[in-house]
Design a protein around this ligand. Sequence first.
Ligand code: G6P
Length: 464
Amino acid sequence: MLVASNRGPVSYEVIEDGSLLAKRGGGGLVSGLSAIGPETNAVWVCAALGGGDREAVRRAGGGLLPAEETGGQRVRMLDIDATVFSDAYNGIANSVLWFVHHMLYQTPLEPVFDAEFRRQWASYEAYNRAFAEALAEEAADGAAVLIQDYHLALAPRMLRRLRPDLRIGHFSHTPWAPPDYFRLLPDDIAAELLTGILGADRAAFLTQRWADAFTDCCHAVLGPGIPSGTRIGVHGLGADADFLRERAHRPDVDERMAALREEIGEGRRTIVRVDRTELSKNIVRGLLAYRQLLEDHPEWRERVVHLAFAYPSRQDLAVYREYTAEVERVAETINSVFGTEGWTPVVLHVKDDFARSLAAYRLADVALVNPIRDGMNLVAKEVPVVSDEGCALVLSREAGAYEELGEDAIVVNPYDIGGTARALHEALSLAGGERAERSKRLAAAATALPPAQWFLDQLGALER
Ligand code: G6P
């Protein structure tokens, strides 16, 4: 069996003494796929993302990376030409496809389909071809290949041509755009993205909503008779309760909790958010809603702290760097307008620290998850599982997790800052017993399909 994704389970940094430091990759895709145990004997094909990764590939002689660095997985990293990689990853995947599926374009951030776009598109094709060729080379007769996400929309069809014997699955970890939005892509590109995925035997999504949008796009772009026997599936990825509960009670997390308690101060409620600093996560509107809460409900001043963890993401892209700066600016403004001698209203942390995220989860009275659009959003599922006293969840109706958690969450329209402020007030005001009950039900729904099962279900469905 083979798995293919842009980001793999590990990424490397060259440290001062010239040795390589291996770190676990971030994001929902890696969290989900990390459940692939060594017993499956799968080979995971991914791209080298930076200088450290390229060096690791060189040291491994282009073959599998050392298992002790990959959490026991068999990983083959592809050292794709740096320009081709950057065009495909930064240019097409993250500046165009991510923006389309999350419907993030708004003036002055508009799509530009010019000659530069066409040049980057050629790189996106080359990047997909590199994966298809590596997979064709690695796969045994009749093997199952699970190709992941919008970076690799063309690879299923390319691989199908090279190796008709394989069983090919494609899985989208993002939302899928509705046809009216998807069709802002040039017609030939829209068609290629769809037929690329339709090269798989099975195309799967995190929710029925995204699966339906994909089918609607196929009809709108390719015409009513989709020229393919591709089956469509839905697998809603859940949180890994056993892993999280064990990991959240290790000493490093206890230490971080003590430090956070210092920052929060005695007897205050906490509103927690943990995200990659990502436009789709809607962090700025979340902060503005918190500000509105403090304005409309002065009774919460000095009595609540917002722990906002926003970890750097895709910093090669100017729009992400600007967004990161804006998050910092808005948090600072709130602190300077409302802060007092012993109270910092927003505690913003921007350095990625998994143990500290878990510590915040444990301390959470309220979790704020308000993305503009999100394939699933695992944070919404993880906080109720880990929080010590049970938490209330303020959740965007545009997150995939809404389909499973909507009933016990306090649901918001992510664009509505006033509505989000009211939801925060309601969440903070929930009586302890009611909050604990809801949190229990949220945790049960959140862990219904743990990652290992999610993965095996996909594989099983592909085999049927
Ligand atoms: C989302 C995508 C993943 C991606 C992750 C982190 O969850 O669906 O494919 O790996 O974001 O983004 P990055 O660009 O850092 O890999």
